[in-house]
Design a protein around this ligand. Sequence first.
Ligand SMILES: CC(C)(COP(=O)(O)OP(=O)(O)OC[C@H]1O[C@@H](n2cnc3c(N)ncnc32)[C@H](O)[C@@H]1OP(=O)(O)O)[C@@H](O)C(=O)NCCC(=O)NCCS
Length: 225
Amino acid sequence: MNPTCLARQAFDSEAFAVDYYRVVNPAPEPLGRELDALAGPFMADAKLDAQDIEGSKALQRLGFRKVCTQPAFVLDLAGARGAAAGEPQAACALPETDLAAHAANFPFSRFGLDPMIAPEERTRHQARWIANTMASPDVLKFLDNGAFVSFKIRDAVAVIDLISVLPAARGRGSLLLGRLKAWAAARGLKRIEVTTESENVPACLFYQKNGYRLERASVALHMRK
Ligand SMILES: CC(C)(COP(=O)(O)OP(=O)(O)OC[C@H]1O[C@@H](n2cnc3c(N)ncnc32)[C@H](O)[C@@H]1OP(=O)(O)O)[C@@H](O)C(=O)NCCC(=O)NCCS
């Protein structure tokens, strides 16, 4: 069968050591058939607009679990001025101990909120994600002691990939967002976008305190068989 509703995700499959699929077409009938045809253990996820209540119910009837709501916050840079406070880094690496500490710093990620994913699976996945992010020349980052923010530029938008501040470095998060804002404004970018989880109240407060506003939200659904 030629799958049209599910796309295998190479990175997640490797990080979780099990076939991992993303729903690319949520039409319930063909999706149900493709899920039924999968042999062996697998994981799958789907992302829908949070207001798509019927779509979300249809996926839950197929066995998906609603794991969290993911609000997207935006900082509009219209009128913002910036004297760029240094250039971000491209490819780099974190010391192993820092990598492990940052990997454990995301209990509110959608994998951290999923009761079917063990904490060690979540931190292994997160560690690989952070290591990939650091190694990638296409993901830019501002680094500080115990803290980093990574982001990509798409059109004239800076999209934050990850931001992590270890508890001992608290306060550096706002400093990093300030550096990113100054750099992005100096480059003439239009906005900065970031997605988090609604359970991550500290992060939601953090973005609002730094001038970001809620723009939209998605719902993350997971399946593990
Ligand atoms: C979210 C995070 C980046 C904030 O960085 P930080 O350096 O601690 O934030 P700041 O000290 O600059 O805080 C600014 C504001 O954020 C909010 N905030 C930060 N930490 C908070 C906490 N533990 N509880 C409640 N609000 C918090 C507050 O509104 C704070 O303002 P205040 O100090 O006047 O109360 C950091 O907590 C973190 O790394 N969390 C784990 C990783 C994560 O969830 N990243 C975001 C994923 S999208």
